[in-house]
Design a protein around this ligand. Structure first.
Ligand SMILES: *Cc1c(COP(=O)(O)O)cnc(C)c1O
Length: 426
């Protein structure tokens, strides 16, 4: 696509604030990159689990005048002047978050999920304290004890995992490790586990050893919001959520907590780990939280799960092994070893056909992490585009065929056709 085509509004730029003439005039080089990215997006089927399409209303709020406002602190307690309307926007976001998740307290300022995790740890722990979390090998995020991340350097992590047989979280192991290590906090949540943690059981274990319970539900925040997943909020001391991913809002974190922890959580975000919040993101979060409270969003959330089940069944029919035998979320993590192909190779082959998914190291994976035996897929984006079970069954077939080494060209042609048919629907 050329600059002119993009500036005049093709199907891929329609309703997109970035496709304004100001950018194309001021910086055609960067504008062309964005236009090409829009085209890449329109020609591929996006199955990366953490991505989605930000809604048009959220995009509009993100580019609104609050983008320039400095508002360090919290509503009514700012370090800058002129914050009355920024305060009102933040209060709207906070009230909507509290209402949507039935949470006593919400903090909408974290710039990312990782910084929200940092703030959660900072509020509850001292350096050196013990934390029990899902091990990275079994699906824990970097912020759950990676040595390359602050978490693994500043706290002492112990990892629990899933059972080899059914792939489900081994609660007996969690209890045993909790008794043995007496952690100050237990984290439940993962980037690749396709089922919901048993929140009541985690609460019981945390209570037994007098630990805080942190629910890390960035992957499934939208499902919790829609009531399609069990809410951790009544059980967890702190819930760490994402406003992007399934919620389709701005990239960012959201912290929910008990009334007792409200003050500590707020201080852990600002001034302990962040400066001034991005008020345009706060405004965008307010919009996303409102949109997530609608029946239309609930239908979307339900469809991400039914689409993921169709995807999972299709992959299983083609010989892959979906972890835990299926999914209760938008996520499918599948073992490719029956096909004799690594996750890395499947990711490369599928990308060549326009099918974007991620290689994924599996629990008990015999392959090195860079190769990995699995792939991870999510239905957030394709469901936002309006694809349903029929399309996802077909996509499963395409993924399996290409991953196993089948011809790329015919699959790529079908991918472009499907992607084109749904490119305009966000
Ligand atoms: C996506 C995700 C993260 C990281 O989110 P960022 O906003 O990129 O920091 C952390 N934890 C979990 C469980 C996630 O799903």
């Amino acid at each position: 696509m050329t600059v002119t085509e993009a500036a005049t509004g093709s199907t891929t730029t329609k309703g997109r604030p970035w496709a304004s003439e100001a950018l194309f005039r001021a910086d055609p080089q960067l504008a062309d990159l964005l236009a090409a990215e829009a085209e890449r997006r329109a020609e591929t089927i996006q199955l990366l689990a953490g991505e989605n399409l930000t809604t048009p209303a959220v995009l509009a709020a993100l580019t609104g005048p609050l983008i320039d406002k400095y508002a360090e602190g919290y509503p009514g307690r700012r370090h800058h002047t002129g914050c009355a309307l920024a305060d009102a926007a933040e209060l709207l976001a906070v009230d909507r978050a509290r209402g949507l998740f039935a949470a006593p307290h919400a903090n909408v300022q974290p710039r990312s999920v990782t910084s929200a995790m940092l703030a959660a740890y900072a509020a509850l722990l001292k350096p050196g304290d013990g934390v029990l979390a899902m091990s990275l090998e079994h699906g824990g995020h970097l912020s759950c004890g990676s040595r390359a991340n602050f978490s693994g350097r500043w706290f002492t992590f112990t990892g629990y995992g899933v059972r080899e047989g059914d792939g489900l979280i081994d609660l007996d192991q969690v209890r045993e490790l909790a008794r043995q290590h007496r952690p100050k906090a237990i984290v439940a949540g993962s980037i690749s586990y396709p089922r919901h943690p048993d929140w009541a059981a985690f609460r019981e274990i945390a209570d037994e050893v007098d630990a805080y319970l942190i629910a890390a539900v960035a992957q499934t925040t939208g499902l919790v919001a829609a009531g399609v997943a069990p809410s951790p909020v009544p059980y967890a001391d702190v819930t760490v959520a994402a406003t992007h991913k399934l919620l389709r809002g701005p990239r960012g974190g959201l912290l929910l907590c008990t009334a007792e922890l409200a003050e500590r959580i707020d201080r852990a975000v600002f001034p302990f780990t962040q400066g001034g919040a991005a008020m345009n993101e706060v405004a965008g979060k307010a919009v996303a939280l409102m949109e997530a409270s609608t029946p239309a969003y609930r239908a979307y959330a339900e469809q991400t799960v039914s689409g993921a089940r169709a995807l999972s069944e299709g992959l299983a029919e083609a010989g892959m092994r979906p972890l835990t035998g299926g999914t209760d979320t938008h996520l499918v993590t599948a073992d490719l070893s029956p096909l004799g192909v690594t996750g890395a190779e499947a990711e490369r082959r599928c990308a060549a056909a326009g099918l974007l998914l991620g290689k994924c190291a599996l629990p008990f994976d015999p392959a090195p992490p860079a190769e990995a035996s699995g792939i991870r897929l999510g239905t957030g984006t394709v469901t936002s585009q309006g694809m349903g079970g029929a399309e996802l069954s077909e996509i499963a077939g395409l993924v399996a065929r290409v991953a196993a080494g089948g011809a790329v060209a015919p699959a790529a042609a079908r991918v472009r056709e499907l992607a084109g048919a749904f490119a305009d629907r966000t």
